[in-house]
Design a protein around this ligand. Structure first.
Ligand code: A3P
Length: 302
């Protein structure tokens, strides 16, 4: 089948799909199918050698996941291209028609690397009991929310965001799947004082990828040569990852990449193309108020 025919067919399927349904667990909006299986997720048994990559959606999760996988495989791109990223590193709270992230993880040999977007208070307790290493990646709220807006437009497993102006109000009201960005980043930031969490920033990886990749490598207890680190920097650059079918969720039926690609722009400061002046002012005030009780700070200006 010709390539354009494949895309045409999947777009047609996407058009016929309905948006998912949503419910709540302890006040956090999640997909209804996730809430329905909550006991199974909450009772997930982590193992001491599990590594967890946690983030707010659209903070640079896939980027971090690919960096981690390449570090674990000593920079070997053949090995890292063995399967799409969501099969290499199960998504804990993912519930599909035919499988769940939990089932995938349970079937996987150790050591396992897992992914979650859960806020810290909803993480299954076995991760704390087993003292698992966790990498948390955070991104400045303005770029994070713009990215999330475009992701909700193209991904029918999430609510229709409506117009940007409508979405902006939804965000300020905290009515977003996986909860408020503020609570998420602050909650995980606080937890790192009592648990082995490497807290990294999207903006830092952008500015000095090798330095951040080295930080992750040391956290994982690996020691790779300089040329291997350079190879990982190259293979996790935006342009290379955008061309890599294993990091793009191309076969995800709920996503319409013609509306907005998964690896969309990969830049800092795209919020300047989306926020009006009034929205920027309003958001800055909201940010000051909501970040007053934390030592956490973000690089918002590119
Ligand atoms: P944009 O929508 O701003 O482009 P997540 O993996 O958490 O869903 O995050 C997706 C965001 O990370 C997207 O942001 C995507 O383009 C960006 N991203 C993914 N890989 C990247 C890379 N190698 N370099 C820079 N940004 C990257």
């Amino acid at each position: 089948m010709a390539k354009d025919k494949v895309e045409e067919t999947s777009e047609l399927q996407w058009g016929l799909l309905c948006r998912g349904e949503f419910s709540q667990v302890n006040g956090i909006i999640l997909q209804k199918k996730v809430c329905d299986c909550w006991d199974k997720i909450w009772n997930f048994q982590a193992k001491p050698d599990d590594l967890l990559i946690a983030s707010y959606p659209k903070a640079g999760t896939t980027w971090t996941q690919e960096i981690v996988d390449l570090i674990q495989n000593d920079g070997d791109t053949e090995k890292s291209r063995r399967a799409p990223i969501h099969l290499r590193q199960p998504f804990l709270e993912q519930i599909k028609m035919t499988y769940s992230g939990i089932d995938q993880a349970n079937m996987m040999p150790s050591p396992r690397t897992l992914k979650t977007h859960l806020p810290v208070q909803l993480l299954p307790p076995s991760f704390w009991e087993e003292n698992c290493k966790i990498i948390y990646v955070a991104r400045n709220p303005k770029d994070n929310l713009v990215s999330y807006y475009h992701f909700q437009r193209m991904n029918k497993s999430l609510p229709d965001p409506g117009s940007w102006d409508e979405y902006f109000e939804t965000v300020l009201a905290g009515n977003v799947v996986w909860g408020s960005w503020f609570d998420h980043v602050k909650g995980w930031w606080k937890k790192k004082d009592s648990h082995p969490i490497l807290y990294i920033f999207y903006e830092d990886i952008m500015k000095d990828p090798k330095c951040e990749i080295r930080k992750i490598m040391e956290f994982l207890g690996k020691n790779l040569k300089e040329e291997v680190l350079d190879k990982i920097v190259y293979n996790t650059s935006f342009d290379i990852m955008k061309k890599n079918p294993m990091t793009n969720y191309l076969n995800e039926i709920t996503m319409n990449h013609n509306l907005s690609p998964f690896l969309r722009k990969g830049i800092m400061g795209d919020w300047k193309n989306q926020f009006t002046e009034a929205q920027n002012k309003q958001f800055n005030e909201y940010y000051e108020k909501n970040m007053a009780d934390t030592s956490l700070s973000f690089c918002i200006e590119p």
